[in-house]
Design a protein around this ligand. Structure first.
Ligand code: 5AD
Ligand code: FES
Length: 353
């Protein structure tokens, strides 16, 4: 009986793109493999409606692992004395873009810790330089919380998208994952500011983080429903040996896949990556992510010598030397499941109404 109700809830989500918090909690606390596969099938059909069998690639450039924050889960938190810190120069970043462009990337993602060395002036110059050299490319930033004026400067300089995971919509959980100087409210306000400015905006968080319950995950879903982001980044929590959470257990593949399907059904056109963390907890995690409704992959474009230093969690994949390696690897992986990597900018909505 319970099972049947759950299938009906998935269909309700498919048809109305919304559920109550209680309904999400019911799904998340009672789902099994059959229900998960049922949701995945529906989610893939929705993704195909807007994006066909296309998977978008984003070239990820991890440009600094300095961070002023001390998030309890993160390997590059400022309190981690063992992290080997690096910053890429403007020239090194431009080289990453050049090799990425050669490999067919038309979106670059500049991701880094909250590093005050990259002042507004430096960032504006960098953004303008990249956009002038590659006017056919989209530029995504993922560098944390900034003043609205700073986000506006980035936007005016030509940045198109901004990723800022909200991490936890529930303030109590947010407080257990971050030091007291950080606030979920500030984080969510940053996301609203980004939307207001006009960025294609991405929120998200970890699946299976310490202390996280089904209620928390349901609150995350409802927050995303309200924000209406163009992108949602979710991946399993994976412990890092130099953090407070080193002995915690990782999030599961199944729960992450189920959530990917729920996000796809709730936000049909959303750009939804099958993340590196998903590929880290399972050798075919990213493929399974696509087969659960994801439609984006973000191979690593960072220079070989720094890749092993951008470690947010243990056993991270794609820390080899070559940008081309990840590109080819993902090409083959997507081909093996009947999908095709496409090299256009891959904007929200896929150009199909
Ligand atoms: N496991 C999984 N994801 C993590 N992140 C940070 N640390 C970890 C970890 N230990 C995620 C956070 C952050 C994004 C860049 O990486 O959600 O927003
Ligand atoms: Fe990076 Fe496979 S995608 S090695």
């Amino acid at each position: 009986m319970i099972k049947e109700t759950n299938y009906e809830l998935i269909e309700k989500l498919e048809h109305t793109q919304s559920l109550t918090k209680e309904e999400f909690v019911t799904l998340l606390s009672t789902f099994d493999d059959d229900l998960r596969k049922f949701a995945a099938k529906k989610a893939v059909a929705v993704a195909k409606k807007y994006y066909g069998n296309k998977v978008y690639v984003r070239g990820l450039i991890e440009f600094t692992n300095y961070c002023k924050n001390d998030c309890y889960y993160c390997g590059i938190r400022c309190g981690n004395q063992n992290a080997q810190r690096y910053r890429l120069s403007r020239e090194e970043i431009m080289e990453c873009c050049a090799s990425g462009y050669e490999l067919g990337f038309r979106t670059f993602v500049l991701q880094g810790g909250e590093d005050l060395a990259y002042t507004d002036e430096i960032m504006v110059d960098l953004i303008q330089t990249i956009k002038r050299k590659y006017p056919d490319c989209a530029l995504t930033l993922s560098m944390g919380e900034k003043a609205k004026e700073t986000y506006q400067k980035y936007y005016d300089a030509g940045a198109d998208r901004y990723l800022l995971r909200h991490e936890a919509a529930d303030d109590e959980l947010y407080g257990k994952l971050h030091p007291a100087v950080m606030s979920g409210k500030v984080r969510r306000q940053c996301l609203r500011n980004l939307k207001e400015i006009g960025f294609q905006t991405g929120c998200g968080g970890m699946v299976g983080a310490p202390y996280q319950t089904e209620e928390h995950l349901a609150a995350d879903l409802l927050f995303a429903k309200e924000l209406q982001p163009e992108m949602v980044g979710i991946g399993p929590f994976i412990p890092h040996h130099d953090t407070c959470f080193k002995d915690e257990t990782a999030g599961t593949l199944e729960l992450t896949l189920f959530l990917l399907s729920l996000y796809r059904l709730m936000l049909p056109k959303v750009l939804l990556p099958a993340t590196t963390a998903l590929g880290t907890i399972n050798p075919t995690g990213r493929e399974q992510g696509i087969l659960s409704g994801a439609n984006v992959t973000m191979p690593n474009l960072s220079p070989g010598q720094v890749r092993k230093k951008y470690l947010l969690y243990d056993n991270k994949i794609c820390t080899g030397d070559e940008a081309a390696e990840c590109r080819n690897c993902l090409n083959n992986r997507m081909k093996s499941i009947g999908y095709e990597i496409v090299t256009d900018r891959g904007d929200y909505g896929g150009g199909i109404k």
